[in-house]
Design a protein around this ligand. Structure first.
Ligand code: PBG
Length: 300
């Protein structure tokens, strides 16, 4: 049902914009004044939550990703606007990571080609607190630094945000399925090297269990497995080993493959429901999907 889904929404600066994203047919970037279209439909359909992602203009990016801490950045403005207008009719989830804001496209601070774990955590703690202050309900660290869940939890609690939840991207593989997303947030072509220094090796499934165990111990309320369809075995493994809500992310590359295939007439659109049901079958408690704005057509 619609209650199983989280809808990612891409934000863009400016006015009166609903811009298509080339690499993701059927997905748009919305300026804040147009957000109502997609948020109101999500509320009407009964989606429990949306996830906000900013397309950041190149001139706002730098090596430190400082725009992440700007209280007037797109995400902060969007959270405030949605909370003011729609109160708690729908939950808001925000990524905690620096990649939309760094000129090198990495999720953290770079030094000699490597992302610095502990220095990055210091920034992520500030980014989390800022988003919580704006009214974000669920913080979703997708950066894959070690130890950040405990540190973010501690800082939230200390500052009066005990009720803000943490959905940890505990199991996030260094995947080639994220390509279209990087286009959507404007980091395509900027990324130097790859993210294997902090995201996980897809040949390894034991590590998934270790990562989840650590994040639960540090205070995660929910965990994410990502990508989705090629990792159903991992979703099941995590669900069976830990009795914690497990979310699955049908990522941009999965979306674009299906959507392009449908557009070209190679496969029919029943593949959408079939792929979404497979997440449920594997044990996912919720599914992040770019199809979540069209469920009225898909779930009939
Ligand atoms: C970045 C982030 C990524 C996605 C969500 N958050 C991409 C990455 O790690 O490079 C991917 C989502 C998708 O592909 O749909 N922190």
């Amino acid at each position: 049902t619609c209650n199983d889904f989280i809808l990612p929404i891409f934000l863009i600066d400016g006015k009166n914009k609903k811009l298509p994203i080339n690499s993701m047919p059927g997905v748009y970037r919305y300026s804040l004044d147009k957000l109502g279209i997609v948020v109101e439909k999500a509320i009407k359909n009964g989606l429990p939550m949306i996830a906000l992602f900013p397309y950041t203009n190149k001139r706002k990016k730098n090596i430190l990703g400082t725009e992440a801490l700007n209280e007037d950045n797109l995400v902060c403005k969007a959270i405030q606007l949605i909370k003011k207008k729609y109160k708690n009719e729908i939950g808001i989830m925000c990524d905690v990571a620096l990649d939309p804001y760094t000129s090198h496209g990495h999720d953290g601070l770079l030094s000699s080609g490597y992302v610095l774990n502990d220095k990055t955590n210091e920034v992520l703690i500030k980014q989390s607190l800022l988003q919580a202050q704006m009214g974000c309900d669920v913080l979703a660290p997708s950066d894959m630094m070690d130890g950040r869940i405990g540190k973010i939890r501690k800082s939230l609690d200390k500052n009066g945000y005990q009720m803000t939840q943490i959905l940890s991207y505990a199991v996030k593989y260094a995947s080639s399925f994220y390509g279209p997303f990087r286009d959507a947030v404007g980091s395509k072509g900027l990324l130097k090297g790859n993210k294997k220094n902090y995201q996980m090796d897809f040949k390894n499934s034991d590590e998934a269990l270790r990562e989840v165990a650590l994040d639960i111990k540090e205070g995660a309320d929910m965990v994410m497995v990502k990508p989705g369809l090629p990792y159903l075995d991992i979703i099941k493994l995590v669900k069976e080993n830990f009795k914690i809500p497990v979310m699955a992310y049908q990522v941009s590359g999965e979306y674009s493959l299906l959507s392009n295939g449908i557009e070209k007439g190679l496969i029919d659109n029943n593949v959408i429901l079939e792929s979404l049901i497979s997440f449920k079958r594997s044990g996912a408690n919720a599914i992040v999907s770019y199809y979540a704005d069209r469920l009225d057509r898909i779930l009939t």
